[in-house]
Design a protein around this ligand. Structure first.
Ligand SMILES: [Zn+2]
Length: 269
């Protein structure tokens, strides 16, 4: 029975919620794989050690869903504690260089194994260009990084390589796998993936209609559109909301449905 061990990264914040989830998969060959590196918090490192000892395994591989700091910045601390472990992610060269470890490059469809447990890497860009999910076929479990957060939505950071059209395609790809469970990097396990993913796709269509309505109402800047849509938002999250709005506007521009001139956006097409 597939039993990934949830280990919290101990990094709560407005952007990470209660903090990141990382998952340890112990194989029967004495090795283990860790999904996401956390931030190097000493409690996280100690809990990893405790679980490795309890299962009689050593950390062989750290798989990182994407290069955002809450998922990747713990890699050097893990490398120091586990000198034999390898680190792998889908390449994003300018971001990967921020973390002082030797990254192995993951490719879409690549299979990664610890003993009889194996995962397939699925390139699922959009939240970031390098995002991958990890798919455990026998249990139909997907480790989904930042593709979804139950009870919340995912920020698409346009200025840091986010792409809404790619993100929607990644959600569709995940939905088509007919997963039984999703294990996200933030928030609880998702027990009804089809409902959640369909809801996410519908939520983005609704946001797109709101952005179009805001343009039609004469809101012309990203900030004005964001304020008209995210009324009453925690100010700490407004910068991220603007990134989301920009991602929607860029999708509309790519589709010929909006245009921009000197930072002022208008409806087109
Ligand atoms: Zn992220």
């Amino acid at each position: 029975m597939f039993n990934p061990i949830l280990l919290e990264a101990h990094n709560p914040s407005p952007m990470t919620g209660r903090g990141n989830n990382t998952y340890l998969i112990a194989g029967r060959d004495g090795t283990a794989m860790l999904i996401d590196a956390g931030v190097g918090d000493t409690r996280h490192l100690a809990e990893i050690d405790r679980q490795l000892a309890a299962h009689g395994v050593r950390l062989a591989r750290v798989l990182v869903t994407h290069g955002h700091a809450d998922h990747a910045s713990g890699a050097p601390a893990l490398a120091a504690a586990h000198p034999d472990a390898t680190f792998a992610k889908y390449p994003w060269p300018e971001e990967d260089a921020r973390y002082d470890v030797e990254w192995q490059s993951l490719a879409d469809g690549q299979i990664l194994a610890s003993g009889d447990e194996s995962l397939a890497a699925l390139h699922t860009p959009g939240h970031s260009p390098d995002h991958v999910a990890f798919w455990h076929e026998p249990s139909r479990t997907a480790f989904t990084g930042d593709l979804v957060v139950a009870g919340s939505s995912v920020m698409i950071h346009w200025s840091r390589g986010g792409n809404l059209a790619e993100y929607l395609a990644s959600l569709e790809r995940l939905l088509a796998l007919q997963p039984r469970w999703l294990l996200p990097a933030h928030g609880p396990r998702v027990d009804d993936p089809a409902a959640l993913l369909s809801g996410y796709l519908e939520h983005r269509r609704m946001r797109e209609r709101q952005v179009i309505a805001a343009l039609q109402a004469g809101h012309a800047t990203v900030q004005a559109i964001a304020e008209s849509i995210y009324d009453g938002l925690d100010p700490a999250l407004m910068a991220a909301a603007c990134e989301n709005v920009r991602a929607h506007l860029e999708k509309l521009r790519a589709e010929g449905r909006a245009s921009a001139d000197a930072g002022r956006w208008t409806r087109a097409g």
